[in-house]
Design a protein around this ligand. Structure first.
Ligand SMILES: NC(=O)c1ccc[n+]([C@@H]2O[C@H](COP(=O)([O-])OP(=O)(O)OC[C@H]3O[C@@H](n4cnc5c(N)ncnc54)[C@H](OP(=O)(O)O)[C@@H]3O)[C@@H](O)[C@H]2O)c1
Length: 284
């Protein structure tokens, strides 16, 4: 699997490493300092280095392909390299992490990369199972923290609703898809409901013992200026801004039962994730 040293990939790896009937190979950048779980083979590979990908994928039956991150053009190049290496190495099945919004006409910068990557995979001749994840709850809550000014949650989300899904559920679904074999389809991975700005503010408020948090819709340009003042890079300000624009367009509101269907357990709600965060915080 790719992205094995990351948050989602690490969770998939832990689940797969518990299955002794499978040999699990973690593709990890050579310079990354990271301890593999017992029994996992480590293969050095960089998305930017096609030869390393080809070598690492030799003899692999199923690839769990965790999407790359960063500038969209670089991500696309990385994904082209991975799909070429999959074809060259004769990988039988790819479980690909994609996104709920894969419309290349979307304003969201990664809708284009995910959409084109899915097209490349479909044309590769390899069996493909696509996991289209909604926005990660933990990621969105970090944006929410950055957008808080006192009791106000200031985001340009309009009345858009988003079916936030936890990274843990995405990891469990990727592992389930790898173990199940090719499904030749896509799976929308979402949380149990789609929330709008006021509902997200209410969830944060209740996790803080009722301390009032109120959603305030702000102009996209004002949000971009606030990110710049906070020291955000132009790329990430663009990425967050286009994601919120696609939320305003209601591109992330679909809710599915795929998490429960694939894993046998219902998806975590935003309240569940906030409660887990509170529990994992050191006391005092
Ligand atoms: N749906 C959402 O809300 C959302 C939000 C954020 C991201 N995403 C997508 O979901 C993916 C997984 O999320 P995550 O939270 O697990 O991300 P993460 O913790 O940042 O993990 C990213 C993984 O990609 C690896 N990677 C980065 N550049 C690489 C390269 N050039 N060659 C090989 N490996 C490379 C990293 O390896 P190193 O340890 O070497 O850096 C790491 O293992 C992200 O990569 C991104 O595509 C989705």
């Amino acid at each position: 699997m790719t992205g094995a040293s990351g948050t989602v990939g690490g969770q998939v790896l832990d689940l797969l490493a518990r299955r002794p009937e499978h040999e699990v190979v973690a593709l990890v950048r050579p310079a990354t300092r990271w301890a593999a779980p017992p029994g996992v083979v480590v293969a050095p590979a960089d998305y930017a280095d096609p030869a390393s990908l080809r070598a690492a994928l030799g003899g692999v039956d199923t690839l769990v392909f965790v999407s790359s991150d960063g500038h969209a053009a670089t991500v696309m190049l990385h994904h082209v390299n991975v799909v070429r290496a999959v074809t060259d190495a004769g990988v039988g099945h790819v479980v690909a992490l994609s996104g709920l919004d894969v419309d290349v006409e979307s304003p969201f910068c990664y809708a284009v990369t995910n959409g084109h990557t899915e097209e490349l995979l479909a044309a590769s001749g390899c069996a493909v199972s696509v996991a289209r994840a909604s926005v990660y709850t933990e990621f969105f809550l970090r944006l929410v923290t950055g957008a808080r000014t006192g009791s106000e949650l200031r985001l340009p989300a309009g009345d858009g609703r988003v079916s936030l899904v936890s990274r843990a559920d995405v990891g469990r679904c990727l592992a389930a898809l790898a173990l199940a074999g090719p499904t030749s389809g896509h799976h929308d991975l979402t949380g149990p409901e789609a929330l709008d700005g006021p509902a997200i503010a209410a969830a944060v408020s209740s996790a803080q013992g009722g301390q009032a948090v109120r959603y305030v819709e702000v102009d996209p340009a004002d949000y971009a200026a606030a990110l710049a003042r906070a020291g955000e890079t132009s790329w990430w300000a663009h990425a967050y801004g286009t994601m919120l624009e696609s939320i305003r367009h209601q591109r992330w509101r679909a809710v599915s039962d795929e998490v429960e269907r694939l894993t046998g357990a219902p998806p975590l709600s935003v309240d569940d994730v906030l409660a887990r965060k509170a529990l994992s915080r050191p006391a005092g």
